[in-house]
Design a protein. Structure first.
Length: 363
C-alpha cells in the first residue's frame, strides 16, 4: 500500500472513530462517575436489564430495530436521576456496550465480563484461507493474503480480528481447518422454545448476533421444527427471547464462563433469570388510502396467528375477530395496539408501505 492510500485509510478510520464517539450516550452521572452507552456495540440482549438493582434500564423493540424498521437504540434508561451509577450493568455486558468512567477514565478491570473474557485470537498456524472471514456473523474478521513469492505452494498474509465487535460465538474456530483460532464464550445456558406457541415469524433469526438460529429446509414430505437452534454457536445472550413477539423462547444463563472477579455477585443477578420483557414504545401506523386490502399483514402477524391457527393458514375472511390486525371494508385497521410485539412482520410484507412501526410518543 502506498503512502497516499495508507493516509486515506487512516483518515477514514479517524472519521469513523469520530462518528462512533458522537454516538456515545451518557446515561447517568453521579459525582465523578459516568455511565456511558455505545449503541453500536449493543446486541439488545437485556443482560444489563437483568442485573440492574434499581430496575432502571429497559430494552426496546429489538425485533423492529434489528430488522432496520425502526430508528432507535436497543437500550434506554428510564430515569437517569434514579441511577446510582454502581456499574453492575457495565460489568455484566458481554459486548462492552456499557462502560463506567471515573474522572474521565474507563474502569475496565477483571471484574468486567467483557474485559475478563479472553480475546478471540489467531495463532501462527493460520493459513489465511478466509473461511473465518466468510462465516463471521458480525463481519469483524479481515483476511489479507497473497501467493507466496518464495516459490512454495502456500498463501501468506494476515488475519485480523476486531475484538471490539466480536461476540465470541465461535463460528470462526468451528470452521478453521487448522484449529488456529481460540474463542472463549461469555455464558453457558439453556435455550428452549415452545413449538406450539412459535409462529415461525423469524424475528429471532434476524436479531441473533451469533447466527445461532435458522429455519431448516424440509425435504418433500418431511416435517421439521419451525426454528432450529445451533447449540455450539449460541452465546445465551437472550436477544431472541426479548425480541420474540409471542414469548415462545426462553433463555436462561446457567454459568458465567470467563474468570471474572467477584463472579458470585454477578451470578446471583443473572443465573436462571428469564430474559427481560421489552419496553415497547412503538405503535402501528396505517395509511388507509394506500392500503390495497390484500390482508397479507393480517395473515403474517404472529400475534394474530397465535390467536387463531386458521387465520395463519390464510382463512382471512372466516373469522369475525382478530387479535391485532384486521381488514375492514377493504382497508387495514389496528384492533389492539397493546398486544403488538413490535416484530414488524406486517410492515415487511406490505407491498405498498401502508403499515409501519413508529415510535410512540411518551408523556
Amino acid at each position: 500500500m502506498n503512502f497516499c492510500a495508507a493516509n486515506a485509510q487512516n483518515n477514514v478510520k479517524e472519521v469513523s472513530k469520530m462518528q462512533n464517539d458522537m454516538r456515545l450516550a451518557v446515561f447517568a452521572e453521579k459525582k465523578d462517575k459516568q455511565l456511558i452507552y455505545s449503541p453500536e456495540k449493543c446486541i439488545g440482549c437485556g443482560t444489563c436489564v437483568q442485573a440492574c438493582p434499581k430496575g432502571n434500564l429497559a430494552v426496546g423493540a429489538v425485533g423492529a430495530i434489528g430488522r432496520g424498521l425502526l430508528d432507535a437504540d436497543f437500550l434506554e434508561i428510564k430515569d437517569s436521576g434514579e441511577c446510582i451509577v454502581c456499574g453492575i450493568c457495565a460489568k455484566v455486558c458481554p459486548t462492552g456496550a456499557l462502560e463506567l468512567k471515573q474522572e474521565g477514565k474507563t474502569l475496565a478491570d477483571m471484574s468486567y465480563l467483557f474485559r475478563a473474557m479472553k480475546p478471540t485470537s489467531v495463532n501462527e498456524s493460520c493459513v489465511h484461507c478466509g473461511l473465518c472471514e466468510d462465516i463471521c456473523p458480525q463481519g469483524c474478521i479481515e483476511v489479507t493474503r497473497e501467493i507466496s513469492k518464495d516459490g512454495k505452494l502456500k498463501l501468506v498474509g494476515k488475519t485480523h480480528i476486531d475484538t471490539e465487535c466480536c461476540v465470541h460465538c465461535g463460528w470462526c474456530a468451528a470452521v478453521c481447518p487448522v484449529n488456529a483460532i481460540s474463542v472463549e464464550k461469555p455464558f453457558e445456558g439453556r435455550w428452549t422454545r415452545a413449538e406450539d406457541v412459535c409462529q415461525a415469524c423469524h424475528t429471532c433469526i434476524d436479531v441473533c448476533p451469533a447466527n445461532a438460529l435458522f429455519n431448516k429446509k424440509a425435504k418433500p414430505g418431511e416435517r421439521v421444527e419451525k426454528i432450529t437452534h445451533r447449540l455450539d454457536a449460541c452465546i445465551y445472550c437472550g436477544a431472541c427471547a426479548v425480541a420474540c413477539p409471542v414469548k415462545a423462547i426462553d433463555v436462561r444463563k446457567t454459568a458465567i464462563l470467563p474468570d471474572v472477579e467477584k463472579k458470585g455477585v454477578l451470578e446471583k443477578k443473572l443465573l436462571e433469570t428469564p430474559a427481560p420483557a421489552a419496553l415497547l414504545r412503538t405503535c402501528l401506523e396505517t395509511d388507509e388510502a394506500a392500503c390495497l386490502g390484500c390482508g397479507n399483514c393480517v395473515i403474517v402477524c404472529p400475534v394474530n396467528a397465535l390467536n387463531n391457527r386458521e387465520l395463519a393458514a390464510g382463512y382471512l375472511n372466516d373469522m369475525d375477530e382478530k387479535a391485532l390486525l384486521e381488514v375492514k371494508n377493504g382497508r387495514i385497521s389496528v384492533v389492539n395496539q397493546e398486544v403488538c410485539g413490535a416484530d414488524g412482520a406486517c410492515a415487511m410484507i406490505c407491498p405498498v408501505d401502508a403499515i409501519r412501526l413508529v415510535k410512540r410518543e411518551v408523556e
